[in-house]
Design a protein around this ligand. Structure first.
Ligand code: RTP
Ligand code: MG
Length: 154
């Protein structure tokens, strides 16, 4: 990983997995020139859900959020590239799909605030990317490799 690259945590939520959107989401980040460094298809348990969404524990929607994210398998990923956290967020769209521009993942596929297909680390929350990566992945699950021609990566 070169020094100006950044890693960010992304996850296709249970609705996205059930609707068969994993491949499309992965394709979008590949097409954008980001580099995949980790991926895990998994079932989140209650403890991990509570910790992942800890910032929202006092919100009225917290219980629903934990219930939803543990309702079925998710596809967790780490993507790398210059300014990756911000780039991914701009491709994800707004929290509410109704406010998300067409062309964004939530603008194209999101149904409502809960079923908004994807989670991505918040670029306005300093260190959220690294925190979330280490919550979901062990260091040895982050694969360090070169793409054939890095000239074409973001
Ligand atoms: P995320 O963390 O999932 O990438 O989404 P986000 O930053 O855009 O949204 P955030 O404010 O962190 O909220 C986390 C997730 O909680 C659900 N939510 N429900 N009912 C509500 O008012 C409400 N507000 C947020 C959404 O599924 C959101 O992605
Ligand atoms: Mg968030």
């Amino acid at each position: 990983m070169s020094h100006h690259d950044e890693r960010t945590f992304v996850m296709v939520k249970p609705d996205g997995v059930q609707r068969g959107l994993v491949g499309d989401v992965v394709s979008r980040f590949e097409d954008r020139g980001l580099k995949l460094v980790a991926g895990k298809f998994m079932q989140i348990d209650d403890d991990l859900a509570q910790e992942h969404y800890g910032e929202h524990e006092d919100k009225p929607f917290f219980e629903d959020l934990v219930e939803f994210i543990t309702s079925g398998p998710v596809f967790a990923m780490v993507w790398e590239g210059a300014d990756a956290t911000r780039q991914v967020r701009s491709m994800v769209g707004e929290t509410d799909p109704a406010e998300s521009a067409p062309g964004t993942i939530r603008g194209d596929y999101g149904l409502d605030l809960g079923r908004n297909v994807i989670h991505a680390s918040d670029h306005e929350d300093e260190g959220a990317n690294e925190r979330e990566i280490s919550l979901f992945f062990d260091e040895d699950e982050l694969v360090d490799y070169d793409r054939v021609d890095e000239t074409w990566l973001y």
